[in-house]
Design a protein around this ligand. Structure first.
Ligand code: FES
Length: 116
């Protein structure tokens, strides 16, 4: 890890953990794309807030500590996500900060591409 990077772990629905890293300032969608993480259907709209396939589930403490609160557009899109939880966010809307080092997020088993 250099000082511009943080460690992020994606946990698949089957429990498999994918430990990776991302650059500060990147979104969690960028992290998935840049590291070629194979998540089925993830990020279909490329971060334009029209698909909900980048749905990720956070722990309660991490969720509360995220730097930005969800905007109306994100909330509307989250409503369409499968397996929605109280600590769900859209990965394309979460930008990595130093404080998020060690972040662990759960990937839901199913995705809903709201565009179809
Ligand atoms: Fe489509 Fe995030 S990638 S809403």
């Amino acid at each position: 890890l250099n000082k511009e990077e943080v460690e992020v772990t994606f946990v698949r629905a089957n429990g498999v953990r994918i430990k990776t890293k991302g650059n500060i300032g990147d979104t969690l969608l960028d992290v998935v794309v840049n590291n070629n993480i194979d998540l089925d259907g993830f990020g279909a709209c490329e971060g334009t807030l029209t698909c909900s396939t980048c749905h990720l589930i956070f722990s309660k403490p991490d969720f509360d500590n995220l730097p930005d609160k969800p905007g109306d557009e994100e909330l509307d899109m989250l409503d369409l996500a499968y397996e929605l939880t109280d600590t769900s966010r859209l990965g394309c809307q979460i930008t990595l900060t130093k404080e998020l080092n060690g972040l662990e997020v759960r990937v839901p088993a199913t995705v809903n591409d709201a565009r179809s």
